[in-house]
Design a protein around this ligand. Structure first.
Ligand code: 7RM
Length: 632
């Protein structure tokens, strides 16, 4: 059954209802799912705890709403179309029936290995259907998956294993991405040297490269599923049982494990998918994200599959073997909805329109954008050259913590404006706050973006540290969830997201804490102190600029810079590698010892004539020295 809104007046009507009577609004949406037992109460909440429960005492299994639900009516319909890295290699298509059978087989494997309800399972896998099968098998048996992007380093992986106390890791031998063949299992092996929590590792064979298998701990995926039954009875889950943990960066400390629960996430991911993309039966949908990020969770796997959609999973990269690869795939599968990040658009824009010319792209109905603000130039390029001016662009604002899209046009329904995420989805009550904690009402205002009422897909806690959840999201503004983003509401009441107002930067749509990068830099033995800021980058959106104080006695600057980059790659992963490193004699600090990042940001972006007040600095001279040594 579909809960799709069909018109702009329908949107306003639903929005109004969702605010006037949220419980009835969401109960009606939730009623179109299969519950093993219906809830007693739709919502129980306070933002002080915070303590939020949706569909209280409802019992369900999310995978029944993906598998059993679609098995009989559309068993032969493609659920997942997998396109490999290499254009000539065979693709794979899994129908809903095949997906059901594969998930059941793997569920049985997990049970046989002693994995049960509440156990944490790390999934460190490339973009292969088995990554989705693994997620769904965990959900089916009640285990809690934590997918770790396979580009993270062994030490980042070890941190996550330790934090959630995982006893199982699912991985692959290797991974193909563009020209590269990447080792995957050996990264896990290295991570497991520093922790003894993991009892079982199951390895999907993708590349056939040589790996070490530790007897009693490591098993091949293809051997493990052999002879397993293709049926499995789904575990009964409480609506508020954990579904997954996904680590995300914040402005302080190590990444936090954002916890999502079964009932609310199920309802929210499907509702937002159907409505934002206006998915209709028979459409082919493609989201280019990686399953290691929330976008992959909600809009490659859960949202589309709950809707009975055909979802494409692409193993490769936009520019291999050439910058026409995305468009070749769009034509090949007659993709109707295409969802990507501004950074990918900008990376392709650089190559001009020639790579697009051979392709028709006439199947496209909807284009989507996610992960970072989309600049107007990229918006127009996307609209003109990919959408041929006929496809609405849905600029979708949301976060790992929100579970699903929060502010976005409904495709073809909400009139769009370049670089505006437009209006909140039904059920989403936004507030723009000034620094003193006053809500800015009316139009033409700018401030910090907060949310004043719960929505089903929202974060429940940060794993193992509820206080941190409260501090990070529910303390800045009383009784509200604070997003960390700045926002403007224009004269039409449309929302434009301005970017982070905290020490989080967004590099190619990947969220990174400046403190996290600094900690990695500081691991280098010759580094005394560092400060990291973002600066505008033509393709990545933001680049990473690091100011580093170090002991230069027996290194050249070039050596040291390379060593620091290597060290960050080792500690976090290549995505956190600074673009620019400037060795500095000191950092601009206030008398109380606080680094004035505002100044460092200005210098990094090149607006030195506009540094603002520097009178509170301990040593104002240091600023001139920093400007003099600035990296172009
Ligand atoms: C989905 C995702 C969240 C942060 C968020 C914003 C930024 C995401 C947009 C956006 C402007 C958008 N989750 N962001 N989408 N900024 N317009 N459409 O990216 O947890 O990884 O990042 O990303 O700053 O707070 S995330």
């Amino acid at each position: 059954m579909s809960d799709r809104i069909h018109s702009l007046s329908g949107y306003f009507h639903e929005y109004q209802k969702s605010v006037a009577d949220p419980e009835n609004f969401w109960a009606r949406i939730a009623d179109s799912f299969h519950w093993k037992k219906r809830w007693d109460k739709v919502l129980d909440w306070n933002f002080d705890g915070p303590d939020v429960k949706w569909f209280v005492n409802g019992k369900l299994n999310i995978t029944e709403n993906i598998l059993e639900r679609h098995l009989f009516i559309m068993g032969d319909k493609p659920a997942i179309i997998w396109e490999p890295n290499e254009p000539g290699d065979p693709n794979r298509i899994l129908t809903y029936k095949e997906l059901y059978e594969e998930v059941c087989r793997f569920s049985n494997v997990l049970v046989e290995k002693g994995v049960g309800k509440g156990d944490k399972v790390i999934i460190y896998m490339p973009m292969v259907p088995e990554a989705a099968i693994a997620m769904l098998a965990c959900a089916r048996i009640g285990a809690v998956h934590s997918v770790v992007f396979a580009g993270f380093s062994s030490s980042a992986l070890a941190d996550r294993i330790e934090d959630c106390k995982a006893k199982v890791v699912l991985t692959s031998d290797g991974n193909y991405r563009g020209k590269k063949k990447i080792a995957v299992k050996s990264v896990v092996d290295e991570a497991l040297e520093s922790t003894d929590l993991v009892e079982t590792m199951i390895v999907f064979q993708r590349t056939g490269q040589e790996v070490n298998m530790k007897a009693g701990r490591d098993f091949w995926w293809h051997e493990a599923i052999e002879g397993q039954s293709t049926s499995h009875v789904a575990e009964e889950m409480d609506s508020e049982d954990e579904l997954f943990i996904l680590y995300t960066s914040g402005s302080t400390g190590k990444p936090k494990g954002v916890v999502h629960t079964c009932g609310g996430y199920m309802v929210y991911s499907k509702f937002t998918f159907e409505n934002v993309f206006q998915y209709t039966p028979g459409d082919v949908y493609w989201c280019t994200a990686d399953v290691g990020w929330i976008t992959g969770h909600s809009y490659i796997v859960y949202g589309p599959l709950l809707t009975g959609a055909t979802t494409i999973m692409f193993e490769g990269v936009p520019t291999y073997p050439n910058p026409g690869r995305f468009w070749e795939i769009v034509d090949k599968y007659k993709v109707n909805q295409f969802y990507t990040a501004p950074t990918a658009i900008r990376a392709l824009q650089v190559h001009g329109t020639e790579p697009i010319a051979p392709y028709k792209l006439d199947s496209l109905k909807v284009l989507g954008s996610v992960g970072e603000p989309i600049n107007e130039e990229a918006w127009h390029w996307y609209h003109t050259h990919i959408g041929k001016t006929k496809c609405p662009i849905v600029d979708t604002w949301w976060q790992t913590e929100t579970g699903g899209i929060m502010v976005s046009p409904l495709a073809g329904i909400t009139p769009t404006k370049p670089a505006f995420a437009t209006l909140p989805l039904p059920g989403v009550q936004l507030a723009i706050m000034d620094p003193d904690g006053k809500e800015l009402k009316g139009n033409s205002v700018e401030g910090n973006l907060c949310i004043k009422f719960p929505w089903p897909g929202m974060i429940r806690t940060t794993y193992g540290d509820h206080e941190r959840c409260k501090q990070t999201y529910f303390s800045a503004y009383k009784g509200m969830y604070f997003t960390g983003d700045g926002v403007k509401r224009d004269h039409d009441g449309y929302y434009r997201i301005l970017g982070r107002v905290d020490d989080v930067i967004n590099v190619s749509g990947h969220r990174m804490g400046t403190a996290e990068v600094e900690n990695a830099i500081n691991e280098h033995p010759l580094v005394v102190e560092s400060a990291v800021v973002g600066y505008p980058h033509k393709v990545k959106g933001q680049g990473i600029y690091a100011y580093v104080i170090c002991d230069m006695s027996n290194r050249t600057e070039a050596n040291l810079t390379n060593e620091i980059k290597a060290s960050v790659t080792n500690i976090i992963g290549p995505i956190a590698k600074p673009d620019k490193i400037q060795i500095v004699p000191g950092l601009p600090k206030t008398r109380s010892g606080k680094i004035m990042r505002r100044i460092l940001r200005k210098v990094a972006e090149g607006s030195m004539d506009n540094l603002g007040d520097t009178s509170t600095l301990l040593d104002p001279d240091v600023v001139d020295k920093i400007i003099a040594g600035r990296k172009e």
